[in-house]
Design a protein around this ligand. Structure first.
Ligand SMILES: [Zn+2]
Length: 73
């Protein structure tokens, strides 16, 4: 079985995996650009590790909305 290595697209660090399962939480983006973009029909995918995510959102003028998820029983 071929093991796919996974990397953070931003810093290039290899992400921790075990048997193809990610052992750290990352931002996984899959974006299918549509008609109103200049990239119509293009599918873009990338992963951003948590450290890079934190650095990335520091540059946001409006920070991401944060809601603490409460456990639902
Ligand atoms: Zn990174």
């Amino acid at each position: 079985m071929k093991k796919e290595r996974k990397y953070c697209n931003s810093c290039g660090r290899e992400l921790k995996t075990k048997n193809g399962i990610l052992l750290e939480d990352v931002l996984a983006v899959q974006k299918e650009w549509g008609y109103f973009s200049k990239k119509d029909t293009m599918l873009h995918t990338f992963r951003i590790c948590e450290e890079c995510y934190d650095e990335w959102i520091k540059g946001f003028r409006i920070p991401p909305k944060r809601v603490k998820k409460t456990e639902v029983i």
